[in-house]
Design a protein around this ligand. Structure first.
Ligand code: SAM
Length: 278
């Protein structure tokens, strides 16, 4: 591991105190930082969005490659450090706010770009809300490259029938092709967290699934996973269970099955079949 001592010295110089409540585990490993930047394949047409800039270690590595970087950071006590670090870099804008409360679409409107990439070492305590916000705000992102804790990364890419598989897995796989780029040891961060991490890449799918009614599809998926221990007969009782059973039978399944056993394709088949009723 190549430690970036200079960044630590700067943090000490500014008398910076790490705040656990903000999930502040800063990347301090040059190999990992370089690897994230190389594998992200940023181009001069790319607008990069970074959620949780921290002391700007990743931002600084990405800056020469990107058209623009828009970074979000909740901790205003990092402003002096970041102002100094980026004073000559006019393609970097840092907004001090809670990303979850922010109107992202308004921020993006100011920029001209052909592709938007989200590249971040995420604050782990809000990984899922951040991903959900990107989806529900309908941000037109072409690629997401995020460092997340290993268990969460496993969930993004989980296969049906595993305990990690849930509605978020289905939503993410609906929009993106997902793969793991890197394993990252807990020793690559200051302060050292209690968990290891992975860098996950999610690339917007070229070919969309054939869903007749997206709203209904998302609702069925959410409802099917409402009570994890309950089967479809219970979780989906407000829908036409006979029709759902018909679809399941084609796949040698029945209503006693739990949502975690169903592939995205079966959920789509159910939703399209029920949509004919509406
Ligand atoms: N990118 C830096 C790095 O890799 O070293 C820092 C990553 S650190 C895991 C997460 C960062 O997200 C912290 O700097 C933290 O203050 C910031 N953060 C936490 N909650 C946030 C929120 N709601 N909105 C914006 N930034 C947040």
């Amino acid at each position: 591991m190549v430690k970036n001592m200079k960044d630590i010295q700067i943090l000490n110089q500014y008398d910076f105190k790490f705040k656990k409540k903000y999930g502040q585990n800063f990347l301090n490993d040059d190999n990992i930082l370089n690897n994230i930047v190389t594998k992200s394949e940023i181009t001069k047409d790319t607008l990069v969005m970074e959620i949780g800039v921290g002391a700007g270690a990743l931002t600084l590595k990405m800056q020469p490659y990107a058209k623009n970087i828009i970074g979000y950071e909740i901790d205003k006590s990092l402003k002096n450090i970041l102002d100094d670090k980026f004073k000559d870099k006019n393609n970097v804008e840092i907004i001090y706010c809670d990303f979850l409360q922010r109107n992202i679409k308004d921020d993006l409107e100011k920029y001209n770009y052909s592709d938007l990439y989200v590249i971040s070492n995420l604050p782990y305590y809000i990984t899922t809300p951040i991903i959900n916000k990107l989806i529900s705000d309908k941000i037109d992102v072409s690629k997401i490259v995020v460092m997340v804790q290993k268990e969460v990364g496993d969930r993004f890419n989980a296969k049906p029938g595993t305990k990690e598989y849930n509605s978020l897995t289905i939503f993410l796989n609906y929009y993106f092709d997902i793969n793991k780029l890197l394993d990252v040891s807990r020793n690559s961060f200051v302060p050292k967290p209690n968990v290891d991490s992975v860098v996950i890449q999610m690339k917007r799918k070229n070919k969309k699934y054939n869903v007749d009614n997206e709203e209904l599809f998302f609702k069925i998926v959410r409802d099917a996973f409402t009570y994890k221990r309950k089967n479809l007969k219970n979780n989906l009782k407000k829908y036409n269970l006979d029709k759902i059973d018909e679809v399941l039978h084609k796949h040698n399944l029945d209503l006693n099955v739990r949502a975690e056993s169903l592939s995205i394709d079966i959920f789509i088949e159910i939703s399209n079949y029920l949509n004919n009723d509406m």
